[in-house]
Design a protein around this ligand. Structure first.
Ligand code: PEP
Length: 254
């Protein structure tokens, strides 16, 4: 499969604006002044940083994502940011359903469905996260678990809508733990997700949807993960906070 690769960095609740500017400037100086052949680079800083960084990444290879959005358009929802605000600020992507949002903020497949719908309505590309917790993997029920996540949040979408979604498979037991899924485990799940997408939609549509792997990706393991036929890149947490390491991960996707 020679489709584009995507490397996305999720900063989570890390870095001040000043530190974020230094990190992005470091990446641009390393070689992201212009498009990296066939690889899309996306950064998801804290929402507060988006406008400043948006100015900085103009004419570079870097695109920006929000880490979350509200499931409402506007109103009395203190602390929330809506997807139409993101669209108005020219933010092109939004991470939806990261496991930390599901675990700490009790986001359900149903509320995530609403977020996906709003993102698509306002032209912001959803990076939809799915992935099983450790106990589900131990019981070998990960396929069924992930199927429910994508079925309940995505399978109501039309063929045209699903074609605009990026999926990130992030096994919860591998996030921030230093435990990475083996390339074989990642490939097996990505192939399974693609098969279910093909069952629900068409093979062509399923093949065109990027499926990223996330969970302790680093410079040492990125290439073996990205080389798997159904792994279209990565969603990277901790290792996206270091210029050299994140740049090496981007290069591993070439
Ligand atoms: C993530 O936050 O999406 C993630 C995969 O984190 P880490 O790379 O640190 O495991």
């Amino acid at each position: 499969m020679s489709k584009r690769k995507i490397v996305a960095g999720n900063w989570k609740m890390n870095l001040t604006v000043e530190e974020g500017v230094a990190l992005v400037s470091g990446l641009i100086n390393k070689g992201l002044q212009q498009k990296v052949s066939n690889t899309e680079v996306i950064l998801a800083p804290p929402a507060l940083h988006l406008l400043t960084l948006h100015n900085l990444v103009q004419n570079s290879a870097i695109k920006l994502a929000a880490q979350n959005c509200s499931d409402r358009v506007s109103g009395a929802f203190t602390g929330e940011i809506s997807v139409n605000m993101l669209a108005g600020a020219h933010i092109e992507y939004v991470i939806i359903g990261h496991s930390e949002r599901r675990i700490y903020f009790h986001e359900s497949n149903i509320s995530l469905k609403d977020k996906v719908d709003l993102a698509l309505e306002y032209g912001v590309t959803p990076i939809f996260c799915c992935g099983e917790p450790k106990e589900i993997r131990i019981d070998e029920k990960q396929d069924r678990y992930v199927f429910r996540q994508i079925e309940e949040s995505l399978f109501h979408l039309s063929e045209e809508q699903i074609s605009k979604v990026i999926i990130a498979y992030e096994p919860v037991w591998a996030i921030g733990t230093g435990l990475t899924a083996t390339p074989e485990q990642a490939e097996a799940m990505h192939a399974y997700i693609r098969k279910e997408l093909a069952n629900r939609y068409t093979t062509d549509t399923a093949n065109a949807i990027p499926i990223l792997y996330g969970g302790s990706v680093n410079a040492a393991n990125a290439k073996s993960l990205f080389n798997q036929p159904n792994v279209d890149g990565g969603l990277v947490g901790g290792a996206s906070l270091k210029v050299d390491e994140f740049y090496q991960i981007i290069q591993a996707a070439q």
